[in-house]
Design a protein around this ligand. Sequence first.
Ligand SMILES: C[S@@+](CC[C@H](N)C(=O)[O-])C[C@H]1O[C@@H](n2cnc3c(N)ncnc32)[C@H](O)[C@@H]1O
Length: 346
Amino acid sequence: MRLFLKPSNVTEFAALHLNLAPVPVGEVMFSLPLARAVMAGVRLGVFKRLAEKDASLEELAGELGLRPEGARLLLQALASIDHVNESGGRWSLTKNSRRWLDPASDTYVGTFIEHSYDYWEWWQRFERLLETGESVAIHGDDPDDPHWRRYIVGQFELARLSAPEVARAVELPKDPRSLLDVAGGHGWFSAALCKRHPTLSSTVVDLPGSAAIGREIIADNGMSERVRHREGDMFEADLGGPHDGALAFNIIHHFDPPTCVRLLTRIRESLKPGGTVAVLDLFLPKSGRAPDAAAFLGLFFHLTSGAATYSPDDLAAWLTEAGFTKPKGVRIRRIPGQTLYLARAR
Ligand SMILES: C[S@@+](CC[C@H](N)C(=O)[O-])C[C@H]1O[C@@H](n2cnc3c(N)ncnc32)[C@H](O)[C@@H]1O
């Protein structure tokens, strides 16, 4: 893993350059503990406690019910990736990490990280997936399964980082009244668009387990009058309309190409002529060569729903087939790698 295999002297540089160092061992040995150390920091309350006040190792371990020996190793690992630091025997959360790991921060992403304990189990099934094609089907849980809360609150934590930027980038017809948000989950992108357009209300169509959590998030933020959740499968539910615009965010990577065309066609049928469809996702680069993040996300999407990461050309072809104009892409800076594509119903 390049992150860990930065040479610190000439001998190490030569060993790596001449392919004398066992790079695959480093990839495996370091990536698993790195992920698990950050996850444990959230789950065990290490970041929360250090966000409140600095602590000695003994104080921290005592208060969290940890063995000091293990807690020290965890803190040292977290210090090596700059999440915590130590000064004069006191441990604290770094300024950069406070932003993401302090539960009191409005940019906290700890629930998203907590949700990755589910991933840990899912990856156990990876080789079998490659052999048999049986993916995890993360959207198949019962509506009252606790997984939905971790999943949708985690998605909300990410969405609130980029929603204002995304809402500015989505072009809707003048004085828009009606928005459709398929698979909108938490509904936060809808809320951001409704805040931007005083005339607008949105309908979020999502599965019951997700809609229940989304409804709570929207109510907690005082937006229930403008953003309503409709429970249902977006391939069968009444999508209402005709709408001025529709969002399909972080959803096409869960379906195969014919299913994506079916979804986009349903969306187009629910729009007014000239209405906007906005598709937000992580795409493969145009060159066709997968960079690390898109390649690994492709594996993750394959694991979680049997699908993949797609290219902008794939999306353009599906939009054309579904009756939309050629899409225009807008890079979203707050979530690196994410692109918003906008097209109009023909
Ligand atoms: C990755 S989340 C994206 C949530 C939100 N659009 C965002 O960008 O943050 C995927 C969402 O798709 C929903 N979903 C999956 N299959 C669906 C279906 N057949 N009908 C409606 N919603 C579905 C899930 O319940 C979940 O809320």
